[in-house]
Ligand binder design. Structure first.
Ligand SMILES: CCCCCCCCCCCCCCCCC(=O)SCCNC(=O)CCNC(=O)[C@H](O)C(C)(C)COP(=O)(O)OP(=O)(O)OC[C@H]1O[C@@H](n2cnc3c(N)ncnc32)[C@H](O)[C@@H]1OP(=O)(O)O
Ligand SMILES: Nc1ncnc2c1ncn2[C@@H]1O[C@H](COP(=O)(O)OP(=O)(O)OP(=O)(O)O)[C@@H](O)[C@H]1O
Ligand SMILES: O=C(O)CCC(=O)C(=O)O
Ligand SMILES: [Fe+2]
Ligand SMILES: [Mg+2]
Length: 333
């Protein structure tokens, strides 16, 4: 087959990548082998330009401007508002309020929902996870078998004065008992303009090439939200990139990329919608004896309290029930 000009340029670009192939041992899919060893984080399927592909390989994220329509975002926002007004009840949905508000006696019933998690049973919000314009990019990172594993609508509140609206620097893989990491990607779409002022995402470019680090609660004076673990020994001097985005812009990022978000210094609630996707060919791991034991313990405690289930529930079970196939085949997830 004749190599296109773009492919030829990519071949030249990736000659400069010296990284060994990603650890994909144990994975069962033939799809995985279509990755080139020099570009282990992406698939060459002619959607990404060589520059975009190289950018993700080197930095662990890729920002696509204006990907989701205003109309869709306005629909997601209206559905979010219906949920806040408790007009509908969604099975499995976790509604989180900021710790500064949850623990306050003075603002008891404010509709300050800081995050919705697990909206897979809400057809309107879940539409986000099946949008063709999102999936075609997801496929470039994890291949054609696509599971939506984790869904969130983040409504970062105006900071109540204790800096609790911050999200500490972390790697999302800390929460996931499935592998390989390179077959997982997050899509995060700004539902309005996000800036440094209202607490945009902050990323450490290239950190996806490292390994999963130990996570713990950061020692923050004003308190920290439940399950907001941060990388232990985070170095605030490390070069960071602030991802300022417009409504509809979408960033795709690797689950080992170290990222967080700053505090919201405006009076508005900063909104974003996101989904973590994993390949249907991924497999579950037992996190016993790993750095992920601490998060497994917390998730089990919450599951026990919410659903009155016992210790026989594993971290794997809590994910297997949440995952939904959105494209291709569910092989081992
Ligand atoms: C099928 C089983 C599913 C099990 C679901 C478990 C959730 C799994 C989460 C997986 C996370 C994956 C994430 C990957 C990406 C990275 C991240 O997003 S990291 C951040 C993740 N954080 C969370 O997911 C937080 C999840 N939040 C919750 O589970 C709940 O909001 C809650 C904190 C457990 C509180 O819910 P609820 O029990 O309904 O609330 P209350 O009854 O009002 O309060 C009980 C108790 O908790 C205190 N509290 C409330 N909110 C917070 C908070 N934000 N931070 C700290 N503490 C909080 C509240 O004050 C009460 O305490 P008290 O001492 O008993 O008074
Ligand atoms: N000790 C820490 N451990 C882990 N993460 C931290 C720590 N301190 C700050 N962060 C994280 O770093 C990121 C940037 O936060 P921060 O609000 O300090 O700065 P900023 O908003 O980027 O910059 P500025 O406030 O100067 O505009 C956030 O994700 C924040 O949660
Ligand atoms: O602040 C945000 O919107 C992103 C938070 C985040 O990284 C996460 O929930 O995993
Ligand atoms: Fe995250
Ligand atoms: Mg800040």
């Amino acid at each position: 087959q004749k190599m296109s000009r773009a492919a030829e340029r990519l071949r030249l670009l990736i000659t400069h990548l010296d990284r060994p192939p990603a650890a994909i041992a144990g994975a069962s899919s033939g799809a995985l082998s279509s990755h080139s060893t020099a570009a282990p984080y992406t698939f060459g399927n002619n959607l990404l330009t060589p520059e975009q592909r190289l950018f993700y390989e080197e930095n662990g994220f890729l920002l696509i401007k204006n990907l989701v329509s205003e109309e869709d975002i306005d629909r997601f926002r209206r559905e979010f508002e219906r949920i806040c007004r408790q007009e509908i009840k969604v099975p499995g949905l976790v509604v989180m309020r900021d710790v500064a508000i949850a623990k306050s006696e003075f603002v008891p019933d404010q509709k300050a929902v800081s995050k919705l998690q697990d909206f897979q049973e809400d057809p309107e919000l879940f539409r986000y996870c099946s949008l063709p314009e999102i999936l075609k990019y997801v496929e470039c990172f994890i291949g054609p078998n696509i599971m939506a594993m984790h869904t969130m609508l983040i409504n970062k509140p105006p900071d109540a004065g204790k800096k609790t609206s911050r999200h500490p620097m972390h790697q999302d893989l800390h929460y996931f008992p499935f592998r390989p990491a390179d077959r997982i990607v997050c899509a995060w779409t700004a539902m309005e303009k996000v800036s440094r002022q209202n607490g945009c995402l902050v990323v450490l470019p290239g950190s996806h090439k490292g390994t999963l680090q130990e996570h713990d609660y950061p020692e923050w004076e004003g308190g920290v939200n439940k399950m907001y673990h941060g990388v232990r020994g985070y170095d605030p001097q490390h070069p960071r990139v602030h991802l300022e985005m417009e409504k509809g812009d979408t960033v795709f990022f690797h689950p080992l990329l170290i990222h967080g978000s700053g505090m919201n210094q405006t009076q508005g609630f900063r909104k974003a919608i996101s989904c973590h996707y994993a390949s249907g060919d991924c497999y579950y791991i037992d996190v016993k004896g790993t750095t992920q034991e601490n998060i497994e313990k917390e998730v089990k405690e919450i599951a026990a309290r919410k659903y009155a289930v016992g210790d026989e529930i594993t971290l794997k079970d809590t994910w297997a029930v949440r995952g939904r196939l959105v494209q291709g085949a569910r092989i081992s997830m």
